[in-house]
Write a protein that binds this ligand. Structure first.
Ligand SMILES: [Zn+2]
Length: 279
């Protein structure tokens, strides 16, 4: 078992070296997959007048159009173009099948309601605290995630963007590989480390442009066990373009000018990333 593992690691390192070498020789970004989060009956987070799935789709389609105009040599693929639900694993599969160079998933953030003390009631002679829930409308800003390698059964079930997936009845069925197999773990972690640096650079460029160009609050780049990013075998990011639970940001993300600003920030980041990685 140990020998087999070592052999596996060696062959993988040789493979990745060759891959990197091939990349150094005239690597060009050919395909970008854009993924509008949620869709159909999975509406994502809800604001006071809009839904995450619709904002994500509008921004994804605008991003695709702008990339077609400014970088016409790159093929753009959307995981959805209408208000439909696409299985989470299918989204990553679309990118893998297209041998995409970049995978970008578009989402909106949301804060859960705040539980606050709302006085006391005397019940059977005892003083009992009463609570009420109020909307948390003050948190704002943008953040971009890159995948962190975790065993599938150690995934962050509490992460908002994983919730839909964990609830999915097909979730267990679609785990084709045994997540506890040590060989599988070695392969996956090596595989992932190949894309980690590139994903981080792209995420940082996106955040830099949101902050410098769009003057948005920067909540930074985070590495988290997001299932969708883990399945995509290429540099991948999931960008949260603002808080739908914040009235100002909800308005901004629904406006033509806000969406254009967001798209411009991402397009500029892709151009900068292209310069960094191509030669
Ligand atoms: Zn989302």
């Amino acid at each position: 078992m140990k020998f087999k593992n070592n052999l596996l690691i060696c062959s993988f390192l040789i493979f990745s070296f060759c891959l990197n070498f091939a990349h150094a020789q005239g690597y060009k970004i050919k395909t970008i997959v854009i993924d509008a989060g949620h869709g159909g009956f999975r509406s994502g987070a809800a604001g006071s007048f809009s839904l995450e799935k619709n904002i994500a789709l509008q921004v994804a389609l605008k991003l695709g159009e702008k990339l077609n105009e400014e970088l016409p040599s790159i093929k753009i693929i959307q995981t959805r173009k209408t208000d439909v639900d696409v299985d989470w694993y299918r989204r990553a599969e679309i990118a893998n099948e297209a041998k995409a160079d970049i995978f970008i998933s578009i989402h909106c953030n949301s804060m859960p309601d705040k539980k606050i003390l709302n006085g006391y009631k005397t019940i059977k002679g005892k003083k009992v605290a009463q609570y009420k829930y109020v909307k948390n409308t003050s948190t704002s800003g943008t953040e971009t995630f890159v995948g962190a390698y975790r065993r599938i059964n150690e995934m962050d079930a509490g992460l908002r963007e994983n919730e839909d997936i964990i609830k999915d009845k097909n979730y267990k069925k679609t785990q084709t590989k045994d997540p506890t197999d040590p060989e599988e773990l070695i392969m996956l972690s090596l595989y992932k480390s190949l894309y980690r640096t590139k994903s981080l650079s792209l995420a940082q460029l996106v955040q830099k442009n949101y902050t410098e160009l769009n003057k948005r609050v920067n909540r930074g780049v985070k590495e988290q066990g997001l299932l969708i990013l883990q399945r995509a075998a290429m540099p991948s990011i999931l960008t949260e373009i603002g808080f739908i639970s914040n009235p100002t940001e909800e308005k901004y993300m629904n406006s033509e000018s806000g969406q254009n600003e967001i798209v411009d920030a991402i397009v500029k980041a892709i151009k900068e990333y292209k310069k960094q990685t191509e030669n």
